[in-house]
Write a protein that binds this ligand. Sequence first.
Ligand SMILES: [Fe+2]
Length: 249
Amino acid sequence: MDPLTRRDGLATILSSFAVYALVGEARAASKRGNVARWIDEQQALASSLAAGRINGPSWSAGVERLAAQVELEELWAEIARARVAPAGKGSANDPSKRHVRFLDEQGAPHKLSYGVALFDFAPDNVITPHGHRHMVSAHMVVKGAFRIRNFDRVGDEPGAMLLRPTRDYVAKAGEVSTMCSERDNIHWFVPQGGPATTFDVVVSGLDAGAPDYDIKAVDPVRGERLTGGVIRAPIIDFDESSRFYTAAV
Ligand SMILES: [Fe+2]
């Protein structure tokens, strides 16, 4: 091989490395583009809900549709680039909460009208049954699996909520569980078969003149059974809820 050909050969090899690297970068960028679009679509849904252009069940349906469109690997890669900070611990068997702030291409925090958090569950951690006001939320399973129980909130009484059971199922990674005022307002999460994590999207401050949100623990298991499948579930404090609603319940 003469020196010129050898040099050409080397140049070809080097340039194919460069092309390979570029293709790799383009692939990574387009994957990041998928997640960036997904974050923007969550934003479109959250702002439409906050502006009253859509109602809670429409928001839920939109978020459920989006859950099917994201690759968990790509979402985890985006979370790895985000600012993630511990949010402190609540009651005894609560999961560990971390706030997530997504960053744009320049590394600045995205301005979003929804909050994002990760909940890391040890096998004995539980999100005990509770109801909400003035907010909606979506818990997407991103690791492990959960038994999820939901109830509609069909009425309120002093010291109690009237509940009707709606769902009791096991959700695996990639599935999302949503709640709003109109549907599945009460939720309850117990990890199944080991540690598990949810990725949460929360839109609060939905009712002008009201607090941003109101979250109260309820006790459906020891509630009074009424006619029509309705349960009068007493409102209890979160410490009592944590004591009774262990992972074994
Ligand atoms: Fe909740």
